[in-house]
Structures are given as structure tokens and as C-alpha cells.
Design a protein around this ligand. Structure first.
Ligand code: FES
Length: 173
């Protein structure tokens, strides 16, 4: 009888204390995780948001490495560009079909860039000569590096007749 009274007394005293302890642990845990989450968010906010993709400018070798009257597919796979050398100079096309963005093939025998997706064909000027493409191929900037190599810059492109054949889109050689 006496020990039962003692147990009852201990239970009455311990329950609120245990509840208080659990409450404190809960709050400490909550505050700790809130603090960590806030800290991580702040650190992430101040990190520079830059996407490190492949550069749109690249050196493409010396003009003499390109044959007059030929379309060079040398940079096709790696950079997605065709380089064309004529008697007068050099220009470059972005190898992206203007219909839905597929990659056309240069077909030497037909002297056409032919898109395998829906059959658009482009001539050596980049103009559409067949298929659903609504616009010519884009030309990109061609210039000289100080060491005499060609520099292709894909970030600037042009397809307007009368603009695409000169200035930074055609490099006299
Ligand atoms: S994506 Fe080239 S013809 Fe459709």
C-alpha cells in the first residue's frame, strides 16, 4: 500500500517534467534545422548563377586549311558549324535546320544541306530550296584571331539577304 502511493507520487511529478523535456528537445531540433535551412538558402542565394556550357567562340584553324569551293564538315560534330570557303572569302553556317531544329547533312554530290527530319533542303547560300523550313540557315560571325587563325562566334547569327553576305558574316581572304 505504501509503495503504491510512492509510485503514484513519482508518476505525478515525472510526467510534466518529461513532457517539458520533450518539448525543449523538439524546439531545439526545430530551431536547429530552421537555422541550417536558412543558412543553406542564404549561401545558395549568393552563389553565382552561371551555367558553364561550351563556349560559342572557337578557333577554327588557318584559312589555308580550307579548300576553295568546298564545304568543310570539320567542325560539324564538335561545334555544329559548317565552314565554306569561296574564291573571295570564308563564311560559316550554324548546322541547325530552321524548321524544327534538326541537324541537316551536307550532301556533297547534290551540293545541298539536307535535313533528314522533314526534308528541308538548303543551297550553298543557306537558302531553302525545298521542304517546310521557313527561313534560310543562319550564318555566324567569322573573324581573325591575332595569330591569323579563324575565329567562329556562334553567339551572333544572321539570315537576312543583303546583311548575311558581308561585314562580320563574311571574311575576305
Ligand atoms: S527539322 Fe528540318 S525539315 Fe523539319
Amino acid at each position: 500500500m505504501e509503495s503504491g502511493d510512492k509510485k503514484l507520487t513519482v508518476d505525478i511529478i515525472d510526467k510534466p517534467a518529461r513532457r517539458g523535456l520533450l518539448l525543449i528537445i523538439g524546439w531545439v531540433g526545430f530551431l536547429f534545422f530552421s537555422l541550417v535551412a536558412g543558412l543553406l538558402t542564404t549561401v545558395d542565394f549568393f552563389k553565382p548563377k552561371v551555367i558553364f556550357g561550351p563556349s560559342s567562340r572557337f578557333k577554327a584553324g588557318f584559312p589555308d586549311e580550307y579548300l576553295v569551293g568546298k564545304v568543310s564538315t570539320r567542325w560539324m560534330k564538335e561545334k555544329g558549324v559548317w565552314i565554306i570557303r569561296t574564291e573571295r572569302g570564308i563564311y560559316a553556317f550554324l548546322a541547325i535546320c530552321r524548321h524544327l531544329g534538326c541537324i541537316p547533312d551536307w550532301v556533297e554530290e547534290e551540293h545541298l544541306f539536307k535535313c533528314p527530319c522533314h526534308g528541308s533542303n538548303y543551297n550553298l547560300e543557306g537558302d531553302v530550296v525545298g521542304g517546310p523550313a521557313p527561313s534560310p540557315l543562319f550564318r555566324v560571325v567569322v573573324s581573325y584571331a591575332p595569330d591569323g587563325q579563324l575565329v567562329i562566334d556562334k553567339s551572333i547569327k544572321e539570315d537576312r539577304v543583303g546583311v548575311r553576305e558581308k561585314g562580320q558574316f563574311f571574311l575576305p581572304v
